[in-house]
Design a protein around this ligand. Structure first.
Ligand code: NAP
Length: 473
């Protein structure tokens, strides 16, 4: 199937194409146009021309357009879920869950479109302010370039497109090369709405070509990027004075304090560790367990992880499927084998099932400097660490160069409060895994996990300019 781009409200053919393969079967599922710099320029100019029309749209109209999109998403729910499962290798149940969340994200955007407002400023609080009044508004910044990763090809796009439309901006979207189909399906849906022509454009191709061009272009006002720290940090350095939001990676941790371990808690941590094959920016990677309960936790966790069903992403029963690329499978195996050579124990897994699938894996006796612990593994591998003192557990979590979210299971209120205060992350989940996210929460990281916040209301702040108006009488 030969795909086309969506620029200026029209479907266009490319001059060069690349074959897109399904991660699970390796079979070609589409031919995707590869943009040149000229194509990117066209998309940016279309988005720039549409800024005037978007700025004129009243809030209720922007909300209506998002409502029309939501209706389409509900109608084409299963089609989008299957597209995600096929192109990303995401197990179908998880893909359906992603579509539910995508709808919720656009619903929040629809609501927030009507709540964008400023405040009045008491100017007479300063000498010289007598007889004056001031208020602020939030205005759209203009053209937003959205660059997205493969692991949530619909919902992470929604976290950029939803607030951009809600705020009255125009968009050039560059989806990950492995997951362009969900983005092109979104374009089909938006095409049926009353969104002004050119306000939403999708351009596909290599990040090194399309992304670079978007970041350097003077007509792009803001970059909203979700992806790896390496690429994100490089983009920020090149972006100059543009607004930049970076949602990057992590090696997220959960602390299991000396507490009653329940089956439900263990199942929740297994979910947080292996959902979407561990390819989630807030996947549980490091589990810090109190020494007194370490052995029982290990036993229960291993029993639950062993139950995960490995198979085809399109099979209803599958929990774990293909990773996004065969090179990632090899990288993960290399990291695991290096850890084992350095003295780590394999508690479960530790093998490639085949060139596309890595088995759910648990390691212990891991040195914190090993890649499996200190780098982002982005696969179905967790490491168990013991701790004796809760304060030490917090310090261990904080040794990470990342800081996205952390989870803590504890019944001890003082420990919960200490964790809330001292964990160096963007979000602390008490009695839950770091993987917990609802789509209106402020979401983002510190350190190498990013810069700025998403969660519709917060993303709108990043995508609008505060403007002051004063009156004198
Ligand atoms: P990635 O390789 O960094 O790619 C992300 C996007 O950036 C893709 O669209 C990619 O295009 C593009 N890109 C690549 N090189 C570029 C360049 N030089 N200039 C501009 N754009 C460029 O990340 P990924 O492998 O898709 O996703 C996994 C990463 O995303 C993990 O680190 C994960 O933790 C992170 N992530 C973070 C969050 C969060 O909210 N914090 C959420 C999800 C994922 P191509 O595909 O064409 O290379």
């Amino acid at each position: 199937m030969i795909k086309k781009w969506y620029i200026n409200g029209e479907w266009r053919e490319g001059t060069e194409y690349a074959s897109l393969r399904a991660p699970y079967t390796g079979q070609v599922i589409a031919e995707i146009p590869q943009a040149t710099k000229t194509d990117v320029e066209e998309a940016i100019q279309a988005a720039k021309r549409a800024t005037g029309a978007m700025k004129e749209l009243p809030a209720h109209k922007r909300a209506t357009i998002l409502g029309e999109l939501i209706a389409q998403l509900k109608e084409r729910h299963e089609e989008l879920a299957r597209t995600i499962a096929l192109e990303a290798g995401k197990p179908l149940q998880a893909a359906r869950g992603e579509v539910d969340r995508t709808i919720a994200t656009y619903q929040f955007a629809q609501e927030e479109a009507k709540r964008i407002h400023g405040e009045t400023i008491p100017l007479d609080a300063a000498i010289g302010g007598e007889g004056r009044v001031a208020y602020t508004t939030r205005q759209p910044i203009g053209v937003v370039a959205a660059i997205t990763p493969f692991n949530f090809p619909a919902n992470l796009v929604a976290h950029k497109v939803g607030p951009a439309i809600a705020a009255g901006n125009t968009i050039v979207l560059k989806p990950a090369s492995q997951t362009p189909l969900s983005a092109l399906l979104l374009a089909e849906m938006l095409d049926t709405t009353e969104l002004p022509k050119g306000a939403f454009n999708v351009i596909t191709g290599k990040g090194s070509v399309v992304g670079e061009e978007l970041v350097k272009h003077p007509d792009v006002a803001g970059i909203t990027f979700t992806g790896s720290p390496e690429v994100g940090i490089d983009l920020k350095q090149k972006a100059g004075l543009k607004r930049v939001t970076l949602e990057l990676g992590a090696n997220s941790a959960v602390i299991v304090d000396n507490t009653n371990i329940t089956k439900e808690m263990v199942q929740r941590i297994v979910w947080g560790s292996y959902v979407n094959n561990g390819q989630v920016c807030v996947s549980v990677q490091r589990i810090y367990v109190h020494n007194d309960i370490y052995d029982i936790f290990k036993k229960m966790f291993t029993e639950e992880a062993r139950k995960l069903v490995v198979g085809d992403a399109l099979d209803e029963k599958t929990d774990i499927s293909a990773l996004i690329s065969t090179s990632d499978v090899k990288r993960i195996d290399r990291w695991v084998q290096t850890a084992v050579s350095g003295g780590a124990n394999i508690v479960l897994g530790g093998n490639m099932r085949n060139e596309r699938i890595y088995e759910p894996t648990i390691l212990e006796n891991v040195n914190v400097e090993m890649e499996v612990s200190c780098q982002e593994i982005f696969g179905p591998v967790v490491v168990l660490h013991r701790f004796h003192d809760f304060k030490d557990a917090i310090s261990h979590v904080n040794t990470s160069k990342y800081g996205l979210q952390a989870g803590v299971f504890t019944n001890n209120l003082t420990h919960a409060m200490e964790a809330a205060k001292h964990l160096e992350v963007g979000g602390v989940m008490i009695n839950d895994v770091p993987t917990f996210r609802l789509d209106h929460m402020p979401y983002g990281g510190i350190k190498e996990s990013g810069f700025g916040r998403e969660g519709i209301k917060y993303a709108i702040e990043e995508m609008t300019e505060l403007k002051l108006i004063t009156f004198k009488w």
